[in-house]
Design a protein around this ligand. Structure first.
Ligand SMILES: Cc1ncc(COP(=O)(O)O)c(C=O)c1O
Length: 383
């Protein structure tokens, strides 16, 4: 039995997104649309800057509130969160805290990793690290990790959802394999957070990173990193700066003291306006409830899979909604030409390699999905 409405007020959600008046955004795996709240948040910062000239106390407290909002999304506390300007930067800070000397030099990396994260691990080969690759599996089989992870492994990095097609990896089991071998685990949740319900304790991971411009309704230029509190004391990232200190405002150039919380991973002056916008976006997700959003997206994802099949489109990856986000990819060949043609017909899709990704979100309707599929099928047919 399928539902045609989510448990929350879909019309009220849609009224908050001006872009819906002119097109169907199906590109949430790339950039979510602007909302009334995120726009107002940007204006709050601009107003504060304009009227006060400078208000560091308010600006820093906004960054703390953004950390707290991110923490709420993943079942952590603000003290477990550090802030960066990108996931690449967060991963680089984690990498810089790995000794990569002696026995544990191996980094096991998922083939599903977004390239930037893999690049950070590959760059560690210059410091003595060795990267080995675990293949992407459409089923939940994690035996490759069993074979690759051992007492020489420093870190296992496996994204939560694959950027190409939304495949959800078995993060709890992968993290358990890392833990049993005495290695750390890193999860990039950028392609799922905001569209699924996630709890870092249930995942059992040591690090979790995400930026905000996809399902968290934010913008580029900010990302958050969760660090499991039990390991914070053992880590001293060489990618650092004054905000990683016990008291950044002590202005003591000679003392490299480490904040006792995850803020030891903070670096320089944080991206303040982005924090305003990021918090407003995450508040929308937390208020609706990630599990309510996920329930609706399972309906829409299934509709994309079934509707794509009915229209003769070629699915990329798994058709099992228990193992994927609602981001659904179809093999189309020249995906950028298809993305362009779809945009001309009012549907914003997202091209990657030879696939077009259709990524609905909490505000999407079944009509949006049907229309996007119709347009895609038509564009592919007439190409
Ligand atoms: C899974 C995933 N990780 C990371 C990134 C990008 O990270 P960064 O914030 O370093 O640009 C993306 C896409 O932009 C992504 O889809």
């Amino acid at each position: 039995m399928t539902n045609t409405h989510p448990t929350y007020d879909l019309d009220a959600c849609r009224r908050r997104i001006p872009l819906l008046a002119s097109c169907i955004p199906m590109n949430n795996c790339s950039q979510a649309p602007q909302t009334d709240a995120t726009r107002a948040a940007a204006e709050r910062y601009l107003d504060s800057w304009n009227s006060s000239g400078m208000d560091w106390d308010a600006w820093m407290s906004e960054v703390s509130l953004a950390k707290a909002e991110f923490a709420k999304l993943i079942g952590a506390t603000a003290d477990d969160i550090a802030v960066f300007s990108s996931v690449s930067e967060a991963a680089s800070a984690v990498a810089s805290a790995l000794p990569l000397q002696g026995r544990r030099t191996n980094i096991v990396v998922s083939d599903a990793e977004f390239p930037t994260v893999a690049h950070v691990w590959l760059a560690q080969e210059r410091r003595g690290g060795r990267v080995s690759w675990a293949p992407v599996r459409d089923d939940a089989d994690v035996s490759a990790y069993d074979a690759l992870v051992d007492d020489q492994t420093a870190l296992v990095s496996a994204c939560h959802a694959y950027y190409m097609n939304g495949l959800i990896q078995d993060s709890p089991r992968i993290a358990a394999i890392a833990r049993d071998a005495g290695a750390l685990s890193f999860v990039d949740a950028y392609q799922s957070l905001g569209s699924v319900s996630l709890d870092v304790r249930a995942l059992g991971v040591d690090f979790l990173a995400s930026g905000n411009l996809k399902f968290l309704m934010g913008i580029p230029g900010i990302a958050f990193l969760y660090v499991r509190p039990e390991i914070v004391d053992t880590l001293q990232p060489s990618v650092t700066g004054w905000f990683g200190r016990v008291n950044p405002f002590a202005f003591d150039a000679r003392s490299l003291d480490w904040s006792p919380t995850a803020s030891r991973f903070d670096t320089g002056t944080p991206p303040v306006i982005n924090a305003y916008i990021a918090r407003a976006g995450m508040e929308i997700i937390n208020a609706l409830g990630p599990s309510n959003i996920r329930a609706w997206l399972v309906e829409l994802g299934q509709r994309l899979i079934d509707g794509g099949r009915a229209r003769g489109l070629v699915l990329h990856g798994s058709d099992d909604m228990r193992r994927k986000t609602a981001t659904t990819a179809f093999v189309v060949g020249d995906s950028h030409a298809v993305e362009h043609a779809m945009r001309e017909r009012g549907v914003i899709a997202s091209a990657r390699g030879d696939v077009i990704r259709l990524a609905p979100h909490f505000y999407s309707t079944t009509d949006d999905v049907d229309r996007a599929l119709d347009v895609l099928a038509d564009v592919v047919r007439t190409a």
